[in-house]
Write a protein that binds this ligand. Sequence first.
Ligand code: ARG
Length: 232
Amino acid sequence: NNAGSDDTGEKEVLTMATSADYPPFETYNAEGEIVGFDIDIANLIAEELGYELKIEDMSFDGLVGALQAGRADIVMAGMNSSEDRKQNVDFSVDYHHSMFTFLSSPDAPVESLEDLEGHTVGVQLGTVQEEGAKLLAEEYGFEVKSVDDNGILIQELNTGRIVAGYMDKTVADGYLAEGDLVAFDDTSTSTPGTAVAFPKGSELVDDVNQVLEELIDSGKIAELEEKWEINQ
Ligand code: ARG
């Protein structure tokens, strides 16, 4: 397979867009590099298909638009393959699955959806949690505050401007392990899996699926989950 090479023998670039504010999927390390579970998988995909991987960091809310505008070949951003998004992008097979969680401060612990009444819940703009929170808000009587960056969501939580942050359990677990936050898993919502997104009709979908199936079957994904301390 030489899909990724051109006439000069130099590797073609595979541009991956992400939102590097979502550890352990993608985040900046102390050296200022973007690292994470998604980045390791993207590197394996690029390597296997013979591409040079280039990573573009942007707001999560801009990722689908970047694919549609042809500014990226793939998106990996802890992104759920939701039915709504399938109107605008194609998805690979799922390579991960996570529930959704409400992360809160121990000063005002959230232990159930009922505890949210009259409070403000933070979500990241453009996420499935934003959409989900808006539905739950009507039923349970809370406000939803959308912020652009998931790191800001954690700050808002730590400073008490929101009572809880609604995000993927995989991400909440990481913050829980670090310190004093507490969490309540939302078992009321069934969640689609995490997948690679492509512009509609992309020829890369089949090739990437093949690599992902191999990585899943060989246990490589499980190994990476362990490396990034992702509980299954
Ligand atoms: N899983 C959620 C979604 O697909 C949130 C993903 C947020 N990702 C990020 N890199 N900030 O909407």
